[in-house]
Write a protein that binds this ligand. Structure first.
Ligand code: F6P
Length: 553
């Protein structure tokens, strides 16, 4: 099946480059960032990269020139560049699903040629983008009206996973660029409370539902979409003919869209070579495009493309996604880091880490290699985090003084968003003072001598000592614009790619989510009708019985 089997590739942990990194780690021992900075006064400016609008400081990492050289040698041995080029060329590198992986084609300029099975996919991408733009403009201008002729004032996106997290995250991130006259909401949870809260104060005559589902079979989305259709038709006292003006679909599956009753003229297409978690710059971004307008959406795509080109062409020493990916491999394997924190110092990025959780953990949460053999090395980390400074007053204590190694990315901006009131603009320096202070404290800590010098009682010295040496990346940009958001996301997409390539896993399938879906379908009749579920274990059987009793069934 696969064009990209890895027969002939040395297993990762048998590569001399891997062994060399292990030895190097032993030699490094407890080398402290204080020593590394003392030995190299230029480290704070030397260990930096600029990519588009992003300034990356990786000086506060537990690495030397030698570490970086060995990591790059590992990337070369694992042929990260070869797999990267195969991805950009449209080869079927998602081997277990026999699919190309071409989210990069979604933001490629019109004149680019990218072929899948002999067909250039770029014209199709732009045709859909143009159709989205025309539709978004009609909604934004009021030309597109609902069934009763009222202007659309509310847009409700119904989708889950990659059909929700991207547009929901980007809508929050780019709020200051949105049309504030539109109410845009996102419904994902099959818990009826989600849809209830999203529509309870809306007028159905003014509401457009955007049903986002690559497969159009995802039970949560189809269930919510059906309930939304009932809500609409009941509220409008109308029949099926009202659906056309209030429902559009974003999908790869025209048959299922038509089965649901949505006119396929109101369907915005994408393709099986776009993974769900890599899809929000496809038709899946329609709700966002309606909110921010087609021009801003194009700026977002240009931001993605800028980093795609950087990843494709920059030399290894200056390649930011490669560097970030390698640093993650370094800590996961050689420092036993189990998790990775992403800490944006922007309230607008409140959903950014949740978005990255799917991107990273659904991609690299794997334990067999491309050929199906169990891996003997660490793969993807647990990704977590919330916007600063809230985290500082919650879980940062554990990062500072706990026993775990938690590499962290700090993301901040020099300018607050444009439409803040002047008084609130002034708060930005305080936010950023925290941003810079935290990475400083994490890296350098506070020695017992420094604590004693402050006159602290001897018995409190161990408690007030900070070991430091906690690795962080700082990513700084001038402002959170659509382009900068695109750049940030592409940076993480390609970082995840690099890690999957080194670990020799398929970062583009997600078989692990299937089992739960199948079991849910089997268990549902037991809840509703008390049906016998063959093979149900003792614990689950008792829990189902308890649930039924609590519901009075
Ligand atoms: O969680 C599994 C998954 O397949 C994701 O990869 C995907 O983003 C999500 O479900 C939603 O799928 P769909 O867009 O087909 O409804």
């Amino acid at each position: 099946m696969s064009q990209m089997n890895t027969e002939g590739r040395t297993r990762l942990n048998q590569m001399p480059e891997w062994t060399a990194l292990g030895k190097h780690r032993e030699q490094m021992g407890d080398t402290h960032l204080r020593e590394l900075f003392a030995a190299d006064p230029g480290r704070g400016t030397g260990y930096t990269l600029t990519v588009g609008d992003l300034y990356l400081d990786y000086s506060k990492h537990l690495v030397t020139d030698e570490t970086l050289r060995l990591l790059r040698e590992l990337a070369a041995a694992a042929d990260v560049a070869g797999l990267r080029d195969a991805m950009f060329r449209g080869e079927k590198i998602n081997t277990t699903e026999d699919r190309a992986v071409l989210h990069t084609a979604l933001r490629a300029p019109r004149d680019t040629v990218v072929e899948v099975d002999g067909e250039n996919v770029v014209p199709g991408v732009h045709a859909v983008l143009d159709k989205m733009a025309a539709f978004a403009d009609r909604v934004r201008s009021g030309e597109w009206t609902g069934h009763t002729g009222k202007r659309i004032k509310n847009v409700v996106n119904i989708g889950i996973g990659g059909s929700d997290l991207g547009p929901a995250m980007a809508y929050e991130a780019l709020r200051s660029f949105t049309d504030r006259g539109l109410t845009v909401r996102f419904v994902s949870n099959v818990d009826g409370a989600d849809l209830h809260e999203a529509v309870r104060d809306l007028d159905p005559a003014e509401t457009l539902f955007v049903i986002a589902s690559k497969t159009f079979t995802t039970i949560e989305t189809i269930t919510n979409a059906t309930s939304a259709r009932d809500w609409l038709l009941t509220g409008l006292r109308a029949g099926q003919e009202a659906v056309a003006k209030h429902f559009v679909a974003l999908s790869t599956n025209a048959d299922k869209v038509a089965d649901f009753g949505i006119d396929t003229a109101n369907m915005f297409e994408f393709w099986d070579w776009v993974g769900g978690r890599y899809s929000f710059d496809s038709a899946i971004g329609l709700s966002l495009m309606i909110a921010i307008g087609p021009d801003r959406f194009r700026e977002l795509l240009d931001g993605f493309h800028l980093v795609d080109e950087h990843f494709r062409t920059a030399p290894a020493e200056a390649n930011a996604p490669l560097l970030l990916g390698l640093l993650g491999v370094w800590y996961g394997q050689f420092f036993d880091a189990q998790s990775h924190a992403v800490l944006p110092y922007s309230h607008y990025l409140s959903k950014f880490t949740a978005y990255l959780q799917q991107l990273d953990m659904e991609s690299n949460g794997k334990s067999v290699d491309r050929d199906g053999n169990p891996v003997d090395w660490q793969t993807g980390p647990v990704v977590w985090g919330t916007p600063g400074t809230n985290g500082q007053h919650a879980y940062y204590q554990l990062i500072h003084q706990g026993t775990k190694v938690i590499p962290a990315d700090f993301i901040g901006f020099a300018e607050p968003v444009a439409d803040l009131q002047p008084g609130l603009v002034a708060q930005h320096d305080l936010l950023m003072a925290n941003f810079f202070a935290q990475t400083q404290a994490l890296a350098f800590g506070k020695t017992p001598e420094e604590v004693r010098a402050e006159g602290v009682a001897e018995e409190l010295v161990p408690h007030k000592t900070f070991r430091g040496n906690h690795p962080t990346t700082t990513i700084l940009a001038r402002e959170l614009t659509p382009s900068v958001l695109g750049q940030l996301i592409a940076l993480y997409e390609h970082k995840v790619f690099v890690q999957g390539a080194i670990w020799n896993i398929d970062s583009f399938d997600q078989w692990g989510v299937e089992l739960g879906k199948v079991l849910a379908k089997r268990v549902e009749p037991a809840l509703t009708e008390g049906a016998e579920v063959p093979g149900l274990d003792g614990s689950s059987k008792a829990l189902v019985a308890k649930y039924r009793a609590l519901r009075g069934r």
